[in-house]
Ligand binder design. Structure first.
Ligand code: SF4
Ligand code: SF4
Length: 395
């Protein structure tokens, strides 16, 4: 197993993400197959995985309980348990103490090794930093009391949001969890996010390395290229090996749903050779082919003349994301926009298209995006459903 140093700890480069655990028959996401989870945890620990990541809302509130119960079979100091405070969920009130005490109780734990503010993004930064809720001050106190060993945050926010939050709290934040993979490196400008966090001297943990599983299987041509280079290496492994080339990546979470995935991932982090520069270039080429659909270069020439002042390149990046496959993040990105900044506000005047050096038919893209947005669940509805599930499954 490959290990990396972070916050004075020796972390396995592979972490077990627990938002897609195996389920019992019936498909209810709160009914986790605890026996299979035990087998996955046993295999992970036997093979040197020591980082286990959960969160308050995962599996309707049951992920924390099931993973902590499974880990309880091992000495407490032989693994790192991480969970998160759900300040990103839209709610009428926020009570960090109540949630934190519930989490400790659910996990039958005295402390968490790593604790994260869950998804600091454009619409949750106000919640996290509001004196009314005192969330960050509360967790600073818990750290002083030894109930949190390392405090960090995860984020699906944009680059400006990251800069703002790190300017405010970079001195107390010990690590940052980002959505990073070879596709989002350019599709979601994850490269800029990586550099912003790295320049602050903050270690990065990775979430969505396979983009919700989409990078575990590619089109036939891309798979042939990779299989020619390394016949016995799984397609998913390429995504992890690509990330391992980034020096500030300290731990990569994989949300595994079955033992076979755990075995394949452990194999990647134990036996695979690092990517050569030529191999990395092949992966980069595959990535650029995957989102060449709308060739926007973010030059922003189109923005100045837009009578609705729409952030056109950002809307195009959402359109690219939806064309590839919408992720949970898409719902949050849309939620962060005021209603007069959504594609529905487009007047179809065509001023933007006249100045676009790439010749992009922006008005028709706005129509396409508007129709697609209507089919994506609203973030507020997702939060409401999660809150109800968490209540049902709390003590
Ligand atoms: S067509 Fe829409 S996006 Fe383009 S300039 Fe007019 S209002 Fe703005
Ligand atoms: S002018 Fe064209 S390439 Fe430039 S940001 Fe606008 S859509 Fe993208």
């Amino acid at each position: 197993m490959e290990y990396r140093e972070c916050c004075g700890e020796k972390l396995s480069a592979l972490g077990f993400g627990t938002m897609r655990l195996p389920l019992l028959p019936g498909g209810d996401s709160s009914k986790i197959d605890a026996r299979q989870v035990d087998m996955m945890v046993d295999y992970a620990i036997e093979n040197g995985v020591n980082y286990f990541d959960t969160a308050f809302p995962y599996h309707g509130g049951m992920s924390e309980k099931v993973i902590a119960a499974s880990l309880k079979r091992y000495p407490r100091d032989s693994y790192f348990l991480a969970t998160k405070y759900p300040g990103h969920q839209i709610s009428e009130s926020y009570d960090p103490e109540k949630i934190f005490e519930t989490q400790l109780k659910k996990c039958d734990a005295d402390y968490f090794d790593f604790y994260l503010l869950h998804n600091v993004y454009e619409n949750s930064i106000g919640v996290y930093t509001s004196p009314k809720w005192g969330i960050i001050d509360y967790f600073k106190e818990q750290k002083k009391a030894g109930r949190i060993r390392h405090l960090g945050f995860s984020s699906h926010g944009g680059t400006e949001l990251l800069r703002t939050f790190l300017d405010m709290y970079g001195d107390i934040i010990e690590f940052c969890q980002l959505q990073l993979n070879y596709l989002d490196w350019t599709l979601q400008d994850a490269e800029t996010k990586y550099r912003i966090v790295t320049d602050k001297g903050i270690p990065i943990f990775v979430m969505e390395p396979l983009r919700g599983g989409r990078l575990a299987a590619l089109d036939e041509k891309s798979e042939t290229v990779l299989k020619t280079l390394r016949p016995d290496t799984s397609i998913a492994a390429w995504a992890f090996l690509w990330l391992l080339k980034l020096p500030n990546v300290r731990m990569i979470l994989s949300g595994m749903s079955e033992l076979a995935q755990m075995i394949d991932n452990v194999n990647t982090f134990t036996r695979e050779k690092p990517l050569s520069d030529r191999e990395k270039a092949e992966v980069d080429k595959i990535a650029s082919g995957m989102h060449a659909g709308i060739p926007c270069t973010s030059c922003r020439y189109c923005c100045d003349g837009c009578p609705k002042k729409l952030d056109i390149p950002m809307l195009i990046s959402i359109c690219n994301e939806i064309r590839f496959a919408p992720v949970m993040n898409t719902a949050m990105r849309l939620d962060a926009l005021d209603s007069d900044k959504l594609p529905s506000a487009c007047l179809q005047c065509g001023k933007c298209a006249k100045v676009c050096p790439q010749g992009i038919d922006i008005p028709s893209l706005m129509r396409e995006l508007d129709a697609a947005v209507a089919k994506i669940p609203k973030w507020a509805d997702i939060c409401r459903q999660r809150e109800e599930e968490a209540k049902r499954n709390s003590f």
